[in-house]
Design a protein around this ligand. Structure first.
Ligand code: GZL
Ligand code: ZN
Length: 332
């Protein structure tokens, strides 16, 4: 029934009260059950499994030391597995980490391929994977982030230095890293990308030295038997193989760094010593000191914070001129 003089005061009061009640309800914080978001983990809560490539080079031992020291300093519980350069061992280690329900799994894949199923198992178990150093050839959804160098750029840098050393002409032999590994594939590619600009420079042989001193020495001895003084230069994918090759060159009766120019990658201490001794002409840095950054990323990932898909290391090139003054500061 409508009243003549319009809506009575009482109705206006009720409407106002109702409005105030509704506004109050909407501002009330969400019910307690929803309000408590999971408390952020700290380093001391973290349990991290790490499946390492092996102990094949000084670079690798520096990388392992950095990871173990960082875990110690931060109070992270680290379960460390040495893969002894076998993918099967690394996959077994990852499966053990899954069974132990670690918070995060770190891995430096010895080779690029063959990781899809075990990474999927980790994903199904809700355990994020972080690639440290080497890359794996898997869909980006199967890992949280990759912390490692731009190996192609390292190969380009090695070629730029080599082209200058040879004044644009000469015969190069190459000792590659482990066949199928990301650094070997990329350093091979990056080197050739630059070398195609130098038609007078020829890569006359490329042999797998597996990143070790022993294989580097053997492979270089074979190349010297085959090509002898035709060889003007050696490009080694890491310093350990270069150091092995230096021994083979000396045993062959030539002067490493003089008769055969040598450029390698990693910038380990022994490479600085070889440059001081005049046996190595340059080393392209590849930073193994990834421990602190790895755990920083692990904590962010566990706490659901966004991280970039790839964090490349910043690296430089070192030469004999200042090797003596720099050597004492080198950490690996
Ligand atoms: C590169 C790393 C390589 C080093 C080698 O980041 O994976 O493996 O260059 C090491 O010394 O063996
Ligand atoms: Zn690198």
């Amino acid at each position: 029934m409508r009243t003549q003089q319009g809506t009575p005061k009482i109705w206006k009061m009720l409407l106002l009260l109702l409005l105030i009640f509704l506004v109050a309800c909407s501002q009330q914080s969400t019910p307690p059950s929803m309000a408590t978001t999971r408390p952020k983990k700290t380093y001391r809560d973290l349990v991290v499994g790490f499946a390492q490539v092996g102990a094949e080079s000084e670079w690798r031992t520096g990388n392992t030391a950095s990871i173990k020291e960082a875990a110690e300093e931060l109070g992270v519980e680290l379960i460390f597995a040495d893969g002894q350069q076998s993918q099967e061992n690394q996959i077994k280690a990852i499966r053990t980490f899954i069974a132990q329900q670690v918070d995060v799994i770190g891995v430096s894949p010895v080779v690029e391929n063959g990781w899809d199923s075990v990474f999927q198992e980790a994903r199904d178990a809700g355990i994020p994977i972080i690639l440290v150093d080497r890359r794996a050839n898997v869909d980006e959804s199967l890992y949280a982030t990759h912390l490692g160098s731009d190996f192609v750029e390292e190969g380009r840098n090695a070629a730029r230095v080599m082209a200058k050393l040879l004044n644009g002409k000469g015969n190069i032999v190459e000792l590659t890293g482990t066949t199928g590994s990301a650094p070997a594939i990329d350093r091979y590619k990056g080197f050739r990308e630059i070398m195609q600009e130098y038609p007078e420079i020829h890569i006359i042989a490329s042999v797998d030295g597996d990143f070790t001193r022993a294989r580097g020495k053997e492979a270089m001895a074979d190349l010297l038997k085959q090509y002898g003084s035709q060889i003007n230069a050696l490009y080694a994918h890491n310093d350990d193989m270069a150091i092995g090759a230096i021994k083979a060159i000396e045993e062959y009766g030539l002067q490493p760094g003089v008769d055969i120019k040598i450029v390698s990658i990693d910038a380990i201490r022994d490479a600085f010593q070889a440059m001081i001794d005049g046996k190595l002409n340059a080393t392209v840095e590849c930073n193994p000191l990834l421990g602190p950054k790895f755990f920083e990323l692990a904590l962010k990932v566990v706490n659901g914070e966004a991280v970039p898909k790839w964090i490349p290391s910043s690296e430089s090139i070192f030469y004999p001129e200042n090797a003596r003054e720099i050597l004492p500061s080198r950490k690996y």
